[in-house]
Design a protein. Structure first.
Length: 93
C-alpha cells in the first residue's frame, strides 16, 4: 500500500491542528486508510504528515478539489510550501 508523506508550512500550528482534525470526510474520500500521522515543528511552523492510501491517483484528484482548497485556507496552509512524496516500497527487518 502506498504511503504519502507531505510537508507544509502553516500560519499557526494550534489553529492548523484544531481545523485539520475536522476534515475526516475529505480524508476518507482521499482513500486514506483511517489514520493520518503528523508531527508539528515549531521552528518555521512546519508540519510533516504521513498516511497510507488505497489509491494515489484518487488522493491527488481529491486534493485538487475546491473542498480541499477550502480546507487548506481554513487551516492556514501556505500553499507554496506544500511538498508531497509517494513512498511505494518498504524494507522490514
Amino acid at each position: 500500500m502506498p504511503r504519502i508523506i507531505a510537508t507544509v508550512q502553516v500560519e499557526d500550528l494550534s489553529k492548523w491542528e484544531e481545523n485539520f482534525k475536522t476534515h475526516g470526510e475529505l480524508f476518507r474520500r482521499q482513500t486514506i486508510n483511517g489514520q493520518y500521522d503528523y508531527t508539528m515543528i515549531e521552528d518555521g511552523n512546519r508540519v510533516v504528515l504521513c498516511a497510507d492510501v488505497s489509491d494515489v491517483d484518487t488522493f491527488f484528484k481529491v486534493l485538487e478539489s475546491s473542498e480541499a482548497d477550502d480546507a487548506k485556507d481554513l487551516d492556514g496552509v501556505k500553499r507554496e510550501s506544500i511538498q508531497f512524496y509517494v513512498l511505494d516500497k518498504q524494507f522490514r527487518f
